[in-house]
Design a protein around this ligand. Structure first.
Ligand code: GLN
Length: 490
């Protein structure tokens, strides 16, 4: 059993055939995490006892003749902004350093019911704000493909965990690209589902109208299996969509891309895109054409204004969502203070990191009277436009393609002093959240220096099926080898 290369599917088949036990699988991952994660920083905490107990229980059931489901006995990593009952959920912030939720997020609960084994909580940018995982209050996450480079953010921990072979899949959250970007940087498949398709209950809120939970996996099939395990209506989330027939991705993705229409938006391949990224993505698009897809260039002028609108909307919502961390209701409270106001001010000053403070200030500013019309209202109008332009595109095309990130994985520290340069990395991902549509990122190839390059497919609301179909066809055609070599750190 080569644990580093295992997929959900392979583990499932092995358990079903009794080739190995769930406990052996769990122990093998825990051992690998201990050997290698010090150099990477993918996990913030492990739940060894819980994971072993869970896997033992599964083994007993399998011994007793119960047929395991697809996710039964399969370990995973969970981003540390998803509430896990009895397990610390820090959001990679000093503010929630000691927070132990009394309940599970719906997605976590659903996986537990299916017999999933949670290995631990994965690192992230503080409150999911960032594009490189350098905003974690604890430690950054290094890219398993090149440890001098970032893993991408904000779900860098879940991504690095899967890329490093610490888990076959992981859950992340995506507000403006936080699943797709680290998936792209770490050579993985990452899915941002349609807004409302997956419950947000128990996901610590950043930008509530943009946030969605989704999976990271090594293969398109695994990503489909994982999404099927977490999606669906949840009465506890008011924005959860009821009455949609979902799932069935693993069956429908096999039907190929003949006749599928793919739009190539000119603006997503323009200035600012690294030539190696552009070349690799366009080569993959050519492969799809050879497989029978109809490819056409068109104009979708939303990239730069979309970025501005995203940072205003997400910061506005964040400033409101983070109001609850006042030293009373949730989180850290300063030690010495004189009166209520000083207590609140000192608690927030001491426990929030720089980026979080920057977003709260930006959000408060764009929502303040006098500036509301000039900024927030304008951003909301632009949001309508983005939705409309995507709708129009999907009247013509089944999917729209772009690079996931305009640049290659950059060096640790390279962009930390320049927030605007960091924000630019989100250029091609944010509009998907603004419109609420689904998107998938998968590896398109490698740069000359051996760094992964991701390709993104965007689809109409609730058209995940088409995205899986295209992604699967491309993945099978490219046949990339996606396991990085790791060095043991003692
Ligand atoms: N990088 C973006 C930001 O910093 C997106 C983050 C996310 O999707 N959570 O806001």
């Amino acid at each position: 059993m080569d644990i580093a290369k295992m997929t959900i599917k392979a583990i499932h088949t092995g358990l079903e055939n009794k080739d190995f036990k769930a406990e052996e699988v769990t122990r093998a991952y825990l051992a690998r995490i201990k050997a290698f994660d010090q150099g990477i920083g993918a996990f913030l905490s492990l739940d060894e006892a819980g994971a072993i107990a869970m896997s033992r229980g599964i083994d007993e059931k399998i011994q007793g003749g119960e047929a395991p489901g697809l996710l039964t006995g399969v370990p995973l990593a969970v981003k540390d902004n998803l509430c896990t009952r009895g397990l610390k959920t820090t959001c990679a912030s000093r503010m929630l350093e000691d927070f132990v939720p009394p309940y599970d997020a719906t997605v976590v609960g659903r996986l537990r019911e299916r017999g999933a084994v949670i290995l631990g909580k994965a690192n992230m940018d503080e409150f999911a704000m960032g594009s490189s995982n350098e905003n974690s209050a604890f430690y950054p996450v290094k890219n398993p493909w090149d440890m001098t480079r970032v893993s991408g953010g904000s779900s860098g921990g879940p991504a690095a965990a899967v890329a490093a072979g610490f888990a076959p899949y992981a859950l992340g959250s995506d507000t403006g690209g936080s699943i797709r970007m680290p998936a792209s940087f770490c050579g993985l498949v990452g899915v941002k589902p349609t807004y409302g398709a997956v419950s947000r209950y128990g996901l610590i809120a950043f930008g509530s109208s943009l946030d969605q939970v989704g999976p990271f996996a090594r293969t398109v099939e695994d990503a489909a299996i994982a999404l099927e395990g977490i999606e669906g209506f949840d009465p506890k989330d008011a924005t959860s969509v009821e009455g949609r027939v979902r799932g069935g991705y693993t069956a429908s993705m096999l039907s190929g891309v003949k006749g599928i229409r793919i739009g190539v938006p000119r603006e997503f391949f323009a200035q600012g895109v690294d030539p190696e990224v552009k070349k690799t993505v366009l080569r993959a698009v050519k492969r799809l054409e050879a497989l029978g897809a109809e490819v056409e260039e068109f104009s979708l002028p939303i990239t730069e204004s979309g970025l501005s609108a995203y940072y205003m909307i997400s910061s506005a919502e964040a400033s409101s969502n983070l109001g609850r961390y006042d030293g009373v209701r949730f989180g850290y409270r300063t030690r010495d203070y004189d009166g209520f106001e000083e207590m609140v001010v000192k608690s927030r000053t001491e426990a929030f990191g720089q980026e979080v403070k920057r977003r709260i200030m930006l959000g408060t500013y764009v929502l303040s009277s006098g500036y509301y019309d000039a900024y927030y209202k304008k951003a909301m109008l632009f949001r309508q436009k983005v939705r409309r332009l995507f709708k129009e595109a999907f009247e013509v095309y089944d999917a729209v393609v772009s690079p996931t990130v305009p640049v290659l994985p950059f060096k640790l520290g390279e962009k930390t002093q320049d927030p605007l340069a960091m924000y630019l990395a989100d250029l091609f991902t944010v509009n998907v959240n603004i419109a609420g549509i689904p998107a998938i990122s998968l590896p398109a190839g490698f740069s000359e220096g051996g760094l992964p390059v991701g390709i993104q497919f965007m689809g109409d609301h609730f058209e995940e099926t088409k995205l899986f179909r295209i992604a699967y066809a491309l993945e099978q055609d490219l046949g990339l080898n996606l396991v990085p070599e790791l060095k043991e750190v003692k």
